[in-house]
Design a protein around this ligand. Structure first.
Ligand SMILES: [Zn+2]
Ligand SMILES: [Zn+2]
Length: 353
């Protein structure tokens, strides 16, 4: 038995280069049906006093460290930790020593020649250990990277925003699989990187990707073994524990809401899940994996140790776990016409020898 909660991670406010206050952003999150949000302004924890449970939304405040490259989301800090572009491993270790979680932000960002002077902020030197995970899908960053010509940029901005997000950057998925293949437990998250930047063209002014829009795009859904507490500090602990362990999945909710998805390992003789995503169990004969998708228009894939293990159409798929390995699940959404599109990415179940 488990409970799922939807949240949006990596949000900028007026405390750095976003345009909304935390109060305004929280109201938008509540209207979008989110259970939690995580504010990560650039190199500041100025929003920390505004943490709390507001409009039924758990509002958490971390920081995005570093400016030029190696952006790092540090969550659960009590005091700001200095970034380090030159020595990212040092910064990663500092964040861990401070008892906080750390996620590499947009590690393979490409940027667009038409936006922000073509600037991009990728990672160049990757840490060996000490981090919690990485963003595999960042809406704003991915959208920019796809805006490689003026007609495409205009089409994807004004006419068909969904089409711009074709799939998470494959380099990010490969890096995630390499890390988990080396024995580490690494949590994949998805994010909006919301800024709601306002621009003015003549008499017209408009927001690029307002908060209410982004809160319905790429979300990170948590799987908890118990109900999310009404007490703020308990809820904060539950959310950060789920992210630390990887009891969560990334969903491109704009394609179709991911609520209702699950990925579990079962021992066929018993009636309870032996493990849910993010958990670790010992391999035993007869272990089976089950994926349930919230839509019958699904194609489900189970990836074992970075390679396709089995696939079938949804909404429910069972497949044996023939031996120890790192098993994760992906779901593609099959629209009425056109090809199936990447939609949900679940964190692994670690089946150990
Ligand atoms: Zn960034
Ligand atoms: Zn950011």
């Amino acid at each position: 038995m488990f409970f799922t909660y939807t949240g949006n991670i990596h949000i900028h406010t007026r405390h750095s280069d976003g345009t909304g206050t935390i109060a305004e952003i929280t109201a938008h999150a509540a209207a979008a049906g989110l259970h939690y949000i995580i504010i990560t302004d650039h190199e500041t924890l100025a929003g920390l006093p505004e943490e709390g449970l507001r409009h039924g939304v758990v509002v958490l405040v971390g920081a995005e460290l570093n400016r030029e490259s190696h952006h790092y989301l540090a969550l659960g800090l009590k005091q700001l930790v200095p970034g380090s572009t030159a020595h990212p491993q040092q910064m990663v270790d500092e964040v861990r020593r401070a008892g906080a979680l750390g996620f590499m932000a947009h590690p393979f960002e490409k940027g667009s020649p038409y936006i922000d002077g073509g600037k991009a902020y990728p990672w160049k030197r990757f840490p060996d250990s000490g981090f919690t995970g990485l963003e595999i899908w960042n809406y704003s960053s991915h959208w920019r990277g796809r805006a490689t010509s003026i007609p495409r940029t205009l089409y994807w901005f004004f006419l068909n925003r969904k089409a711009a997000l074709d799939r998470p950057p494959p380099e990010g998925l490969a890096l995630w699989d390499r890390y988990t293949g080396s024995g580490l437990r690494v949590t994949a998250i998805g994010s909006s990187d919301a800024h709601a930047t306002k621009i003015r063209v003549g008499f017209l002014s408009f927001e690029i990707f307002p908060y209410p829009f982004l809160f319905r795009t790429i979300n990170t859904h948590l799987c908890l073994r118990e109900v999310l507490s009404n007490n703020f500090s308990e809820a904060k602990g539950q959310i950060y524990d789920a992210l630390a362990e990887g009891r969560c999945f990334v969903s491109f909710d704009q394609l179709h809401p991911g609520t209702g998805f699950s990925f579990c390992a079962w021992q066929h003789r018993a009636g309870v899940a032996a493990a849910i995503m993010g958990e670790e169990i010992r391999w035993q004969e007869g272990l089976q994996l089950t994926v349930r998708s919230p839509s019958r228009r699904s194609e489900i894939r189970i990836i074992k140790d970075g390679a396709l293990h089995c696939r079938d159409r949804g909404p429910e798929f069972h497949c044996p776990a023939p031996g120890p390995g790192v098993y994760r699940a992906e779901v593609y959404y099959r629209p009425f016409c056109g090809k199936a599109r990447p939609w949900i990415y679940a964190n692994p179940i670690y089946i150990r020898p």
